[in-house]
Design a protein around this ligand. Structure first.
Ligand code: NI
Length: 399
């Protein structure tokens, strides 16, 4: 196997101090989706000096920077997301958010540090690669809007790229392990809203009403068959009803019950089949109970699909950098990611970076206790830089 372009030793020596400082600053000052003003300001300050060059883009939050190599060649984008969540950080974490009720509970502070660190590493070796690397920092990943905002602002028209890479920290995976998967990586998300309309009245006189609460209950249970009876057992699929709203008091049957939930699918046919079936079940079950169901599907995020050729190169680079025993392939993730919006336009590879330290308790993403170790920062940066370098050096004939 070809040797790696970078080494973890070099990454640790060069990056441990600056990335730890940046990550601590970002972690202390989290901002919610679409409000990443200070985060943008901090990153702009860092990326307005060599080896970086800030590139103009008409967005309120988010930014793009470039590192040029030694001449013309391929262009590779490294993407990081910037937003935090409305979560109150657990007081026992090693790092502490200074903003009440807002926390980097999804590790986007890590992602920004990885991307910045990758830029520093690449910048140090800019004489040894052709082409250029773009760092894309996008806002509002959690709401599924940010990537689209960058695309709408013309990021790829102004700054076309041949490939895009990105990743997410993954607490289910041991610290320092990487998952590189070809094809579907993270599920498509559709939001579901079902309004069950009946006829309200006195709780003691149900015969004079059409009870939407009983109908909604039957609909929720019947919807459980969408996954178990519609989709191929070997394919990942999730349908969860997460909200039920209806009624005000204990003796009035309401007119309406609203159900809300989420559908996660891993291919187009499965998605269409599930939406079709859930509509039929909601409408028919409600009708059987004398009620009416209005079903609204809100398209959230498309499926993240890793391009085969791009992913092959990235896996080879990850293996060269970390060793084969540290590179694995996780099943498709039922969580969604708007990296998909970029990957629909440009061949992409999205990886997972394990964060679970040995002997520590498991806390999932979005938990108020999720706080990966700083030790991972140089590794994450090195893997991003290594993937970018592999793609920059890709031979023409492979395309
Ligand atoms: Ni996230």
């Amino acid at each position: 196997m070809e040797p790696s372009f970078f080494s973890l030793d070099e990454a640790r020596q060069l990056l441990r101090a600056p990335l730890t400082a940046l990550r601590h600053e970002l972690h202390a000052h989290p901002e919610r989706s679409g409000q990443e003003v200070e985060t943008t300001r901090r990153l702009r300050a860092l990326l307005s000096q060599p080896p970086f060059e800030l590139l103009p883009l008409p967005v309120e939050t988010g930014l793009v920077a470039r590192i040029r190599g030694n001449g013309p060649g391929k262009r590779v984008a490294i993407r990081a997301d910037m937003d935090a969540l409305p979560v109150q950080e657990w007081a026992g974490n090693l790092l502490q958010s200074q903003v009440p009720g807002v926390m980097h509970a999804c590790g986007h502070d890590m992602h920004m540090s990885f991307a910045y660190g990758a830029g520093l590493l690449l910048g140090r070796h800019r004489d040894s690669f052709p082409g250029e690397v773009l760092l894309i920092f996008q806002p509002a990943e959690e709401t599924g809007e940010g990537a689209q905002r960058m695309v709408d602002a013309g990021v790829f028209e102004r700054y076309p790229v041949d490939y895009i890479v990105g990743g997410h920290v993954k607490p289910e995976l041991p610290e320092g392990q990487i998952s590189v998967r070809t094809g579907p990586v993270m599920a498509a998300l559709d939001g579901i809203r079902i309004d069950i309309l009946g006829k309200g009245g006195h709780g003691a006189c149900p015969h004079a009403c059409r009870d939407p609460i009983v109908a909604a209950s039957a609909v929720v249970l019947a919807l459980q068959t969408v996954v178990s009876r519609t989709t191929e057992p070997s394919k990942t699929c999730v349908l969860s009803i997460c909200c039920i709203h209806g009624g005000e008091t204990d003796n009035v049957i309401p007119d309406r019950v609203v159900l809300e939930g989420t559908l996660r699918t891993v291919d187009r046919e499965q998605r269409i089949a599930c939406i079709d079936r859930l509509r039929t079940i909601a409408v028919s079950t409600a009708a059987a109970m004398g009620c009416e169901a209005n079903v609204l599907i809100h398209r959230g995020m498309p499926l993240v699909v890793n391009d085969e050729g791009t992913t092959e190169i990235c896996r080879a680079r990850a293996t060269a950098l970390l060793g084969a025993d540290q590179v694995t392939v996780l099943p498709v993730d039922t969580v969604s990611e708007d990296f998909s919006v970029f990957a629909q336009q440009v061949p992409g590879c999205f990886i997972h970076v394990g964060t679970r330290a040995p002997g520590t308790d498991f806390y999932p993403l979005h938990s108020d206790r999720f706080c990966p170790s700083d030790e991972l920062l140089p590794l994450g940066a090195a893997i991003y830089a290594e993937m970018a370098m592999g793609l920059l050096h890709e031979r023409e004939e492979r395309r």
